[in-house]
Design a binder for this molecule. Sequence first.
Ligand code: PLP
Length: 368
Amino acid sequence: MKMKWKQQITNLKAYQPGRSIEDVKKEYGLEKIVKLASNENPFGSSNKAKEWVQSYGASYALYPDGYTTALRLALSEFLKVDEKQLIFGNGSDELILIISRAMLEPGKNTVMATPTFPQYRHNATVEGAEIREIPLVDGAHDLEAMYAAIDAQTAVVWLCSPNNPTGVYINNDQLVQFLNKVPNDVLVVLDEAYFEYVTAEDYYNALDIAKQYPNVLVLRTFSKVYGLASFRVGYGFGSEEVIRALEPVREPFNINTLAEGAALAALSDQDFIKKCQEENKKGLQQFYQFCESEKLDYYPSEGNFILINFNCDSDELFQYLMEKGYIVRSGNALGCPGAVRVTVGSQEQNEGVIQAMKSFIAEKAIRQ
Ligand SMILES: *Cc1c(COP(=O)(O)O)cnc(C)c1O
């Protein structure tokens, strides 16, 4: 059957979801599985979110609030931005789609790092835009090369800070220098999915940046430290002009009622966020110590994950860890062959996966 699909999607692959916990348990006869593959919060979410969802008793028959008013007002106060400077997405994934849909088409191009979060590339492909990928240098965005790749047909530049999968961030000076040069008719998307985990002192203040540069749109999410990935709530903030242009492209009811309420409750519990940030910092230290003692290359991370280079077949290590009950992400799937990306878990989970990695190294040494 020959239908008239967009030519650019004919070779596009559907997203490959990671293996489910149940599936892996069954196949390997394991009782306990620790999933450290998708940078979810090992401590779950705030009890306030759980309590809110459990107590929700209103009708399921009514459409949600298409303006996401309650969460919008709370975030507007939390961030000190005007309510018209916010846009909501069914996860920040959907915001990436909305931006792409609003700006990209054949004849336009978009600039991004590589490897970085794959949805920028994926959505640009669907829209038929030219993709300009600039290799990372030491895990970091090469902002000079990215600037050099911009021309009159460039519509969007994607910056991911801290970058997934390396965990490396962009500092204030680097970002300001870059933004001072970028033409103001180019949208710069600053994806800060891991913002709440950042502790670096020379990190920029995205709110100040957005105020100073009306062509910057910042993306954040309730999926990572807030622990609400299953609810799908992401948001963007930027200038009213940019938000006004994007809004008509958004689906009218993209944030459902339960998701909005859960996010609102989670936002009100900043103690939980702070606790998770502190635990994450300790967890990263566990991995750093392991890497130092085993002489493995890694990038110091400002996120809740770490990319470790084992200089081995990533899929083999991935498989080995899975059989021991730990699901991580193989570097082969991330454009980082030889490495794996591990989400920072609880102290006990980290210790467990580190022990499993140690036995992998030991067994490999024996076999060689
Ligand atoms: C996880 C992640 C997202 C997507 O988050 P959702 O809000 O769940 O769609 C976006 N950007 C980066 C860099 C991520 O790692």
